[in-house]
Design a binder for this molecule. Sequence first.
Ligand SMILES: N[C@@H](CCC(=O)N[C@@H](CS)C(=O)NCC(=O)O)C(=O)O
Length: 215
Amino acid sequence: MKLYYNPLSTYSQKAMIAFNEKGIAYEPALVDLGSPEGRAAYQAINPIGKVPFLAASDDWVVPESTIIIEYLEDRFPETPRLIPVEKEAARQVRFMDRTADLYFNEPVLELLFQHIGFRPKNAEAAERARRYVDVTYAYWDKRLASQPWLCGEKFTMADCAAIPPLFYAQIAAPFAQHPNVAAYFARAQQRPSYAKVKAECEPAWQAMAAKAKVA
Ligand SMILES: N[C@@H](CCC(=O)N[C@@H](CS)C(=O)NCC(=O)O)C(=O)O
């Protein structure tokens, strides 16, 4: 299986954490999102141009980080589950996954891109993003007061989604005032699935941050 990814991409990291949690091997295919030529070459493979994108076989492809994880759950049922079998618990994980992507990852990226000058300053967009991030922090902080992971005692797809944007949130929307979120992110550093992804992906961020003078 070939996973098209970019190390700076939180959604790519989300899928990579899931592969690691499950102990499933994949062939990484680095996508150059930083040049028009790289983007054009990738659009010949995935016209929408987003990563991650899984080429599961020559004639079966899976776009979207959540759908990739759903695919791994179904295709490798003997590996550790990231979405519980029980329907109510599964719905909770899917809800938290959506919350992490839509109301945390996206606004964090908005704040980050404005912060490092990749997007023009836009006070209205920043304020809207900040509001979503603050609501999410308050919600997560409450949940994480009594459990190690977002959906309870077990690491799930929701954690795969939440942890990568927290890395960038350290810069764009620091969370020290939310001690349970801070402890959660510290716990994530000890999780081998994320530690591996971080080791693989952080150098690309450090290089970019040095160029953007935000390191
Ligand atoms: N909903 C998608 C989002 C994927 C996404 O937005 N990926 C970003 C990188 S984090 C991307 O490919 N950006 C390139 C572009 O928009 O051209 C998923 O969950 O996989």
